[in-house]
Design a protein around this ligand. Structure first.
Ligand code: PLP
Length: 367
């Protein structure tokens, strides 16, 4: 057996001397640390990169979804349709806004909301669809979601937390609906430790969001409270890290695509695993995901761990989790949740490390 090398984490944030230098210069310049010019600069970079008219950054990607809903006037008595397979924050943000979560199943080709099942879940109380473009993938008929929502006067919120760097026909994910939301938590394509962003082309919505995140103030620093609001602001320290991370984004997006392609090539023909359809021209996979067949996922996780390799099972189907505990059936979400596995996915993974992971997977299935 080969000598075990260092542990390969499933995911790691990646900062270097650029962030270190920028923070040091900022602190020496006497910056107040709280949000100011650097935060506005970071927002501008996100708006420019995504092609959105406006961007506002907030404390995290759960709060950005919550503020998106509140800004759209969604609250108690309203229903929001959420995919049964997503990170729990997509659903919990609906609860935080005071509305009810209605789960719908996903499409196995892209793991996003299934259009027909979403339509069936609509009721007179439906006020929004939470379209999660999970792992940078999107429904092939995304435009139909947009026109359906317009026609029914339902808001379309795009949870693009995992989609920074992913596009459909040149248009960034998160810019199709009324509001797009991103997260900059530690495992994301770029990270500011914690952080979230909202993007929109709607001037009224962005003004509401800016007030919601800043105590409902008329404008920053002016103590006249026009609407209800709280403190979900950012800090310039995070913005400095964020702007440096944004400069590296094009490289990271390409590297993510190359990493995915390399895994796929190395694991070609391995019986027992399969890949989810992925168009690398548009999608920049945040995590490298595979489906493990025949109930072997937990054994593979253990085998990889014993070989110093980290991996992580997919999120569970949310309806059945104790927090929601609903006796519903969403067969695709349940199947995907039971089979899905995230392999090491950091953009700083070397080709040699990827080969090591793939060799271990092949060894596992040879046993
Ligand atoms: C799809 C999705 N939505 C929302 C969130 C929540 O973001 P945050 O962790 O920044 O609150 C995440 C984060 O993992 C996510 O993956």
């Amino acid at each position: 057996m080969a000598i075990l090398e260092n542990f390969i984490n499933q995911m790691e944030p990646w900062f270097d001397e650029k962030e270190e230098q920028a923070i040091s210069e900022y602190l020496k310049s006497g910056g107040w640390v709280t949000e100011f010019k650097k935060t506005r600069e970071f927002e501008k970079m996100i708006a420019e990169y995504t092609g959105a008219k406006y961007c506002s950054v907030v404390s995290n990607g759960t709060i950005s979804l919550t503020l998106a809903l509140i800004a759209c006037g969604i609250g108690p008595g309203d229903e929001v349709i959420v995919p049964d397979y997503t990170m729990v924050a997509s659903a919990n943000a609906v609860k935080l806004a005071g509305a009810e979560v209605v789960f719908a199943d996903i499409n196995p080709d892209n793991l996003c909301l299934d259009f027909e099942l979403m339509k069936k879940a609509v009721s007179p109380r439906t006020k929004a669809i939470m379209l999660v473009t999970i792992n940078g993938r999107y429904p092939s008929n995304l435009e139909e979601f947009v026109s359906f929502c317009k026609e029914k006067e339902i808001k379309l919120i795009e949870d693009a937390a995992q989609s920074l760097g992913s596009f459909k026909n040149g248009k960034h994910l998160g810019t199709f609906g009324d509001i797009g939301s991103f997260s900059f938590s530690a495992p994301k394509v770029i990270s500011t430790g914690q952080g979230g962003a909202l993007i929109t082309n709607d001037e009224i919505l962005i003004e509401r969001i800016q007030k919601l995140r800043d105590f409902g103030r008329e404008k920053p620093g002016a103590d006249r409270y026009l609407t209800m609001g709280w403190n979900f602001k950012f800090t310039d320290i995070q913005a400095i890290i964020g702007t440096e991370q944004m400069k590296k984004l094009p490289w990271r997006v390409q590297r993510k695509k190359d990493i995915y392609a390399l895994y796929k090539k190395n694991l070609e023909g391995v019986a027992g695993i399969s890949f989810i359809p992925t168009n690398l021209e548009n999608t920049s996979p945040w995590f490298i995901d595979i489906l493990v067949e025949n109930g072997k996922r937990e054994d593979l996780i253990e085998f990889l761990k014993n070989n110093q390799i980290g991996s992580r099972p997919f999120y569970p189907a949310l309806h059945a989790e104790p927090v929601y505990n609903r006796s519903e059936s969403h067969p695709v979400a349940q199947k995907i949740a039971a089979k899905g596995l995230w392999l090491p996915s950091s953009s700083k993974l070397t080709d040699e490390e990827i080969a090591r992971v793939c060799d271990a997977i092949k060894d596992f299935f040879k046993q």
